[in-house]
Design a protein around this ligand. Structure first.
Ligand SMILES: [Zn+2]
Length: 80
């Protein structure tokens, strides 16, 4: 059976399933919407730099979400 692998979004390496964790950020509040809007960032759970990178990227996503002012921007650039 082929092993399940994922790409770390920080270092871009392909890793086995057990070496990848997901950092989830909730963007609902930043967008000012009632429904759930989350961003999942996959990272190597055995590499501290990847974990830190995922957390930093999550913070960046929240900042970007807060800077989007119009619905058109929202729909054109975001996934929820
Ligand atoms: Zn990584």
């Amino acid at each position: 059976m082929h092993e399940i692998t994922w790409i770390c979004e920080v270092c871009k390496r392909e890793r086995p399933d057990k070496a990848i964790s997901v950092h989830t950020v909730d963007l609902s509040e930043a967008f000012g919407i009632a429904s759930t809007c989350q961003r999942n960032i996959k990272y190597c759970n055995d590499n501290k730099r990847c974990h830190e990178g995922a957390k930093a990227e999550g913070d960046n996503e929240v900042t970007r979400a807060r800077n989007i002012k119009t619905k058109e921007d929202h729909l054109g650039r975001w996934w929820c």
